[in-house]
Structure formats: C-alpha cells, structure tokens
Design a protein around this ligand. Sequence first.
Ligand code: CU
Length: 445
Amino acid sequence: MKILFTSLLAVSCIANAQDAPADNMAAPQPQEQMDHRNMDHDRKSMSAMDKGDHDTGMTGMFGSYPMTREASGTSWQPDSTPMEGIHAMRGDWMTMAHGYVNAVYDHQGGPRGDHQAFAESMLMGMAQRPLGGGTLGLRAMISLDPTIGKAGYPLLFQTGETADGRQPLINRQHPHELFMELAASYSYAIGKDSSVFVYGGLPGEPALGPTAYMHRASGMDNPEAPLTHHWLDSTHITFGVLTAGYVWRNVKLEASAFNGREPDQFRWNIETRKLDSASARLSWNPTPAWSLQVSHGRLDNPELLEPDVSVKRTTASASYEHAFGSSTSQTTLAWGRNRKDTGPSTNGFLLESALHVTAKTTVFGRFEKVDNDELFQEDAPLHGQVFNVRKLSVGVVQDLFSAGKVKFGAGALVSKHWAPSALDSVYGSNPSSYMIFFRAKLAMR
Ligand SMILES: [Cu+2]
C-alpha cells in the first residue's frame, strides 16, 4: 500500500510538472542523426533547424554542440542518443523534464537472498538561457527513494554505503537521496569551436566515470543498480562539487574539486563537508554515434565506516548508439578500478545494452564482472577477501498505454550470478534472481 501510494504521489508530481507543448525542441543535428528517431516531433524540429538553432539556445549547457550530447552532471553521451522527456521554451528559457517511477517486486535467490516490494523514482528538471553572452544552466533532480527504507532493496553481491552508520550494506542496494542534484552552470564561448564552463552542485556529479546508470540510454530501462556502481559512477550524488571545463569541438577536458565522502544513511537531508577530493576527465565524441571518456579521481575517505581509507578511482568507458531499421540501441562498455590506500586494488567491468525494438518495446541486458572485497562483515572469517563475481541480467519492458505526458508500462528481468565455489555454502551455487516492475515515465508523446 505504501508503495502504491508513493508511486501515485510521484506520478502525479511528474504529470503536473510540465504540460507545455514540446514543439520547440530541436537540437542542431545533421539529418542522418535524426533519421532513426522516427518521431513527428523531429519533423517539426527540422523546420526549426533550418532557421538556425544556435539562436534559439538549442545547444548544450556547456558548449556549442547538440544538446542531446549532455547527460548526467557534466558527462557526455553519444550525440545521436534519442531525446527523452519533455521539452519546452518559455521566453528565453529552454526547459526539460525527465522522470520515472518504477514499482518493483524484487526476488533475490539463494540463502543470502531476500525479497521486497519497493518504488524507485527520479524527477529531473533542467533549464538554460542565454546570459551575458554565455549560457546559464540550472539542474534539479529529486527522488523518493528514501521511502524504500534505510537499508534499500535486496541485490545479491551488491555492497556500498550503510543503513545505520555502523554496518555496511551487503547484498543490498542503498537508497538514493531525496536531493540527487541541485546545480548551476555557466558556459562561455571563447572561439568559434571552443568554450569554457563552470559547474557547481550541492549535490552534484563530479567529472568522474561514465554517465550515471539511470541516465545512460544503455542502462536506464533496467530498474536494478549495477554491481559496478561503486567502481564507475557512485559519485553521481556528491554533496559538494565544483567543476571547471574546456570544450573544443568534440573534446572536453574538465576537473573537479569535491567532497569525497559518500552520502550517509540520512537520505532526506543535504550534507556539507569540505571539498577534499579531486578528479579529471577527458571526453571525446569522435562521431555522433560514439562517446568515449577516461577519468581519474582521488576520493578522500569515501566510506563512512572506513574513515581512514582513501581510494584512487580510474575509469574508462565507451558508449555506442546504433540504429537497426526503425529500432535503436545503445551499448556501453566500461571499466573501473578502485585502488585503496590499504588493501587490494579491485576492478569492475560492465557491458550493457538496450535495444528499443519498437517505440513501445525495449529489451535490455547487462553483464558485469567485479572483484569485491566487501562481501562479509568485519567479524566474519572471509572478511576482506576478494571474490570475483559475475552477473548477467536480461529483461524486457513494454509500454502499455499513455495518459497525458506519462506512459505506463510493465517489465521483468532475470539475473544469474557466478561466484567462486568458496562462496557456495554462503550464497548457494550460482544463485538466480528476478524483478517484476511497473513503470510510469514522462514522455514526449
Ligand atoms: Cu547511486
């Protein structure tokens, strides 16, 4: 009942958030990028494009390139990624809204498994306008994930953060914060093809890792968090970020100073702490279909429960957007490495893909391979040992009907895990899991 109530609440928030017409959105893209997007909307956009969109502010927040390139924080995705959400012009402001609610029944198999029903959600609003010869950008993102409860939801082999400030979460995915991003940016063109920008967020996302999983077109249809979250994109909610960057054509170089501590178990608040950590990221979109990045950061004492251990994180990733006839797909390959001050260095690999077979049917899959040394509490004999865990998930989500700007769908996914036989007595041999979910998502039409 609580789940249902939460879902309805969030859906009604989303439905009321934006009802302006979506006619005005247009990114200045070559015809070939738009061919596979197959929307009425794009035909309208083409006429707007002929008039020259640079004047209408349809370029990105951080540089003069198609706005479809921008994803979470200051990260990039392929330029040809289809637009999601609702877009509108209001005077000088161009606004966008994205959002979803997933009501999930989650069953994780084996002796360490569990089951739970929960709702996860996200609502994001963005606005940008010309100001003083540059572009002002504002971003806000909230989530009702704290209603899941402090211990989050069951997810075999997942680790990271805490529910009570004393014990780490193991085999559970922590809930996200009420405030996921409250950020502002300003960019300024310094030449025909180049710009500089600054971005600040409390919270915000530093220049580290690929686009966060719930914003990647390859991962957003899958309701479960990746096991590689804490190797790749766990800094997506960071309470205190300042980033400065330089964009030249299809290349971006940026550096961040940020608070390296992961959010604590109190998910409704805003935390403040000094900007003790730093990162840098180089991004390159060599063609409209590809987005590549490498990044490195030092996270000062990221874990509340290991306050004297700092981590050096290195990541590299490639995302590829591809069309098959009227279907579109996006695939991401990513690697991340955590090097702790003490203890072993560990690697995480991710390969995930989403295929939008039709406008209403999406098939998705994710394969991960992670070295995890946090699967046991401190007093357990296997505490601190590194176990190589592999996981494959495949699923489908079908949109069923729309009401106004919200589309409703249902989906399911199954997962299989492989772990060293030393873990069989704890996890069972190669446990399986599944999730069934109902989704409400903001859509252009
Ligand atoms: Cu997260």
